[in-house]
Design a binder for this molecule. Structure first.
Ligand code: NAD
Length: 459
C-alpha cells in the first residue's frame, strides 16, 4: 500500500468511526483521555531521551516545557470536560417568550493536527487532548525535523488507540500536502507563517475551519523603572530556553536608553548563571535543529556588535547565547523571526516611538513589557495588538490552562489551552426550542403585528 492509499484509508476509517457516534459519549472521552495520560506517564523516559536526541533538551527543560505542561493541561481538561460538554441554556429575547435557547457543543469530526519541531511533544499532544475532549477523532502529523520524538508519538498512539480513532502519519511536507487534500473537518496547524498560508489555502478549497498557530517577531519592552536584576533573569529565561527556538521567545529588546548599559551587565550575569562561562561545553544547552537554521542564524552574528557570546560550534550545531548591540531596524536580524539564541538590543527615548515601531510591523505573537508603572502598562496594552504576553515576565502566559493561547493577524488565528481548546475543537450548535402552548401572530405576514413588532424590536 502506498503512503497516499494509507492516508486515504485512515481518513475514511476515522470518518466512518466518527459516524458511529462512539466519540460523542462524554464518559468515553474521559476514559480515552485517562488512557492517554497513563500511556504518556509510561513513555515519559522515552520522551525525555528523544528530546535530548533531537534538540539536546535537558531533562529539566523537557519536563517543564514539554511534558509537565501537557500533564497539567490534561488534568485540567479531564476535570472540567463534563461541565463544558453540557448544553448551556442562554437567555430568551422578549420576542421569543415561551421558547428556550441552548448552545450544544458538538465535535467537528476528523481533526488534522500538524505540529512543528521546536516543542515537538507539547505541540502535538496538547492539541490532541483538546480534540479528543471535544469528541473528535484525530490524525497527528509530527515534524520530520525531530524524528526521535515523532517515532515516540507514533508508537505511543499505535499502542494506545485504534487507527480509526487516533492515528499518526509521519513524514515531511509531501505527507502534509496529501493529508491536506483529504476531506477533513478541522485543521489545527502550528508552524511558520509561509506554511500557514499554504494550509489555509488548502483548507479554503474545502471550507475546512482552521486554527493557525504561527510566529513572528515578539518585542520585549524594558522600561526605565524596572528592577534590572530580576528583569534580566526573566528575559534570559524566555530568550534562551530551547536555544531561542521558541515561538513566543522575546525576539528583540526595546530598552529605555538610560538603562541599556546596566541592563546588558545584568543580562550577561544571568547568561553566565544559567549556562556558565562556556555554554558550548554545557551538556544541557540546547542545539539548533538543523544545519540550514544554524547557517541562517550564524549570518546574523555579523549584525551590530556582539556584547556577549557569539561563538559557535558547527559540528554540534551550537550557538552561544548572544547579545547584539548597536542594532537598527533595517538590519537583516530585524527582518524576520530569529528563532535562535541571538538577542538584538534596540533603545528608545519615549514610549510613542516604541508604539509606532511595533505597530508598523505585523502583529506579534507575543509581547513582553517590564515596568512597575501602571500607566505605562495601560498605554502599551491599549495601543498595541498582539497574540498574548506578560507584564514583568516572559513565556509564562503560555503555561496556564486558564488563558487562551494564540496569535492575531500574521501571528495566527484561533486559540487553545484549557476550556479554549475544548471550544476550538467544538462547533457551538445553537438550538431554539419553541413552545406549542401558544403562538404569537405578529411575526406572520400582514400589517396587524407590525405595531407590536416595532414596539418590541425598535431600539
Ligand atoms: P514549518 O511551518 O516549517 O513546519 C510545520 C509543519 O508543517 C511541519 O510538520 C512540516 O512538516 C509541515 N510542513 C512544512 N512545509 C509544508 C508544506 N509546504 N505544506 C504542508 N505542510 C508543510 O514550521 P517549523 O519550522 O516546524 O516551526 C517553526 C515555526 O513555527 C516558527 O515560525 C515558529 O514561530 C512557529 N511556531 C509557532 C507556535 C505557536 O504556538 N504559535 C509554536 C511553535 C512554533
Amino acid at each position: 500500500m502506498t503512503v497516499n492509499d494509507s492516508i486515504e484509508k485512515i481518513v475514511l476509517g476515522q470518518r466512518r468511526y466518527f459516524k458511529t457516534g462512539a466519540t460523542r459519549d462524554v464518559n468515553f472521552r474521559i476514559e480515552q483521555l485517562k488512557k492517554l495520560r497513563a500511556a504518556l506517564i509510561a513513555k515519559e523516559d522515552e520522551v525525555i531521551d528523544a528530546l535530548r536526541k533531537d534538540l539536546n533538551k535537558s531533562e529539566q527543560e523537557a519536563f517543564s516545557t514539554e511534558i509537565g505542561i501537557v500533564y497539567k493541561e490534561m488534568s485540567h481538561i479531564i476535570k472540567n470536560i463534563r461541565k463544558w460538554a453540557k448544553p448551556r441554556r442562554v437567555r430568551t429575547a422578549l420576542t421569543h417568550v415561551g421558547s428556550r435557547g441552548k448552545i450544544h457543543p458538538e465535535p467537528y469530526g476528523t481533526v488534522l493536527i500538524i505540529a512543528p519541531w521546536n516543542y515537538p511533544w507539547q505541540l502535538a499532544i496538547a492539541p490532541l487532548i483538546g480534540a479528543l475532549a471535544a469528541g473528535n477523532t484525530a490524525i497527528i502529523k509530527p515534524s520530520e525535523l525531530t524524528p526521535a520524538v515523532s517515532r515516540v508519538i507514533s508508537s505511543l498512539i499505535k499502542e494506545t488507540f485504534p487507527e480509526q480513532y487516533v492515528a499518526v502519519v509521519e513524514g515531511g511536507p509531501e505527507t502534509s500536502t496529501r493529508l491536506l487534500e483529504q476531506q477533513l473537518d478541522y485543521i489545527f496547524f502550528t508552524g511558520s507563517i509561509p506554511v500557514g498560508k499554504i494550509v489555509m489555502e488548502a483548507a479554503g478549497k474545502k471550507l475546512i475551519p482552521v486554527t493557525l498557530e504561527l510566529g513572528g517577531k515578539s518585542p520585549c519592552i524594558v522600561h526605565e523603572d524596572t528592577p534590572l536584576e530580576l528583569t534580566a533573569k526573566r528575559i534570559i529565561f524566555g530568550k534562551f530556553t530551547n536555544a531561542g527556538q521558541t515561538c513566543i521567545a522575546p525576539d528583540y529588546l526595546l530598552v529605555h536608553h538610560r538603562i541599556k548599559e546596566p541592563l546588558i551587565q545584568h543580562l550577561k550575569e544571568a547568561i553566565i548563571e544559567f549556562y556558565g562561562d562556556t555554554p558550548l561545553h554545557n551538556l544541557d544547552y540546547g542545539k539548533i535543529v538543523s544545519e540550514k537554521h544554524f547557517n541562517r542564524l550564524s549570518d546574523y552574528l555579523s549584525n551590530g556588535s556582539i556584547r556577549h557570546g557569539g561563538k559557535t560550534d558547527a559540528g554540534k550545531l551550537l550557538i552561544e547565547p548572544t547579545l547584539l548591540d548597536e542594532i537598527t531596524w533595517d538590519m537583516p536580524v530585524m527582518q524576520e523571526e530569529i528563532f535562535g539564541p541571538i538577542l538584538p538590543i534596540l533603545t528608545y527615548e519615549n514610549l510613542d516611538e516604541v508604539i509606532t515601531s511595533v505597530n508598523e510591523r505585523p502583529k506579534p505573537l507575543a509581547l513582553y513589557l517590564f515596568t512597575k508603572d501602571s500607566e505605562v502598562q495601560q498605554k502599551i496594552l491599549s495601543s498595541i495588538s498582539f497574540g498574548g504576553g506578560c507584564v514583568n515576565d516572559t513565556l509564562m502566559h503560555l503555561a496556564t490552562p486558564y488563558l487562551p493561547f494564540g496569535g492575531v493577524g500574521e501571528s495566527g488565528m484561533g486559540a487553545y489551552h484549557g476550556k479554549h481548546s475544548f471550544q476550538t475543537f467544538s462547533h457551538m450548535k445553537s438550538v431554539l426550542k419553541q413552545t406549542n402552548m401558544f403562538d404569537f401572530h405578529f411575526r406572520y405576514p400582514g400589517k396587524e403585528g407590525l405595531n407590536l413588532l416595532r414596539k418590541l424590536m425598535k431600539p
